[in-house]
Design a protein around this ligand. Structure first.
Ligand code: NAP
Length: 290
C-alpha cells in the first residue's frame, strides 16, 4: 500500500504505457518487503527539464530514463558517471542529498546478459552490432571493453551514424580497450561479409519490435551459420523474426529479456544499495501478458 512514507522511484519516457519496468521493479520491491513504489511518467520532449528538476523537488529517489530522453536529461544533472558520459546517454538517475547523478546501466545489462544468460565467455574475437542508435552506443562501448573481443563491426542503415559512432568510440579507446572498430551499411554484401567471420551478432535496431513483428533487419538465413550467437535486444515479441532467420541459418538466438532484467537490476541496486532479486525481476517480465 502506498502511504505518506512510501519512497517513490520510476521511469520517464514517451511513449511509456508499454513499459515492463513497473512490473519488474515493483515485483523486486515486494520481494524485499520495501515501502517503495515504482511509477511510469509519460514526459514529452519539451518537458524533460521540468521532469528532471522535479525529481529533486518532489524528493523522488531515482528514475530510469528511456526513449527518447536518454541524451536530453544530461544537461540537467549534477554529475554523470564516466561510462555514461563516454556513451553520451543516461538511463538511470539517482537523487542523493539534493544531487542528481546519471548512470548508464545498459553497459552492465548487455555484459551480464552475455555472461550469465548465454554463457559466452570469453566473447568471440569478431562481433557485429546492427544499429547505431542509443542502445548500440552502450553496446559498442560495453563490448569494446570485454575480454576476447578484437574486432567490432557496426552495420547501420544510415552509414554516417555508424561511422560517427566508430570514430567516437575509437577516440575514447583508453577506456574501451585495443579493439578495431569498423562501420558499414546494411547492404546485403556488407552484411554477408561482416557476418561471415563473426561469432556474435547483436541486433540493436528497433526493427522487428511490436507492432512491426513481421519485419527483420536481415532476412537471409544463409548470412548466418552454425556456432554463431544472435542476441536480439528486442524483447517484445519474445521470438522475433530475426531470431527465426538466424536459427534457420544454424545460429543460436536469444532475445533482449536478460539485458532488460540486468540493466534494471543494476538500477535497482544503485537506488536501494541492496542486492536485487534478479530471478523475481525476470519472472515478472516473463509472466507479463504483453
Ligand atoms: P534509436 O536510438 O531510435 O535507434 C534505432 C536504430 O534502429 C537506429 O540504428 C536506426 O537506424 C535503426 N532502425 C530503425 N528503423 C529501421 C529500419 N526500418 N531499417 C533499418 N534500421 C532501422 O533506438 P534505441 O534506443 O537504440 O533502441 C533500439 C532497440 O533496442 C529497441 O528495439 C529497444 O527496445 C532495444 N533496447 C533493448 C534494451 C534491453 O534491455 N533489452 C535496452 C535498450 C534498447 P538509423 O540510424 O538509420 O535511423
Amino acid at each position: 500500500m502506498v502511504t505518506g512514507k512510501t519512497t517513490i522511484i520510476g521511469v520517464i519516457g514517451d511513449p511509456i504505457a508499454h513499459s515492463l519496468s513497473p512490473a519488474m521493479h515493483n515485483a523486486a520491491i515486494e520481494a524485499l518487503g520495501l515501502d517503495w513504489c515504482y511509477v511510469a511518467f509519460r514526459v514529452s520532449s519539451d518537458r524533460v527539464r521540468e521532469a528532471v528538476v522535479g525529481v529533486r523537488g518532489l524528493n523522488i529517489r531515482g528514475i530510469n530514463v528511456t526513449v527518447p530522453h536518454k541524451q536530453a536529461v544530461m544537461p540537467f544533472l549534477d554529475e554523470v558517471s564516466d561510462e555514461a558520459s563516454a556513451i553520451g546517454a543516461v538511463n538511470t538517475i539517482k537523487h542523493e542529498d539534493g544531487r542528481l547523478i546519471g548512470y548508464n546501466t545498459d553497459v552492465y545489462g548487455i555484459r551480464a546478459a552475455l555472461r550469465y544468460g548465454t554463457g559466452l565467455h570469453p566473447l568471440p574475437p569478431e562481433v557485429v552490432v546492427l544499429g547505431a542508435g542509443g542502445a548500440a552506443r552502450g553496446i559498442v562501448y560495453a563490448l569494446a571493453g570485454c575480454e576476447g573481443v578484437e574486432r567490432l563491426t557496426i552495420l547501420n542503415r544510415t552509414v554516417e551514424k555508424a561511422e560517427r559512432l566508430a570514430e567516437e568510440m575509437l577516440a575514447g579507446a583508453a577506456s574501451t580497450g585495443p579493439v578495431e572498430i569498423e562501420a558499414h551499411s546494411l547492404d546485403p554484401g556488407d552484411v554477408r561479409a561482416a557476418l561471415k567471420s563473426a561469432g556474435l551478432i547483436i541486433n540493436a535496431t528497433s526493427v522487428g519490435m511490436h507492432p512491426q513483428v513481421d519485419d527483420t533487419i536481415i532476412d537471409d538465413p544463409d548470412a548466418f551459420c552454425e556456432g554463431q550467437l544472435l542476441l536480439d535486444t528486442v524483447y517484445n515479441p519474445r521470438q522475433t523474426r530475426l531470431m527465426a532467420v538466424a536459427q534457420c541459418g544454424g545460429a543460436r538466438a536469444v532475445n533482449g529479456i536478460d539485458m532488460l532484467v540486468y540493466q534494471g537490476a543494476k538500477s535497482f541496486e544503485i537506488w536501494t544499495g541492496m542486492s536485487p532479486p534478479v530471478d523475481v525481476m525476470r519472472g515478472a517480465i516473463e509472466g507479463h501478458p504483453s
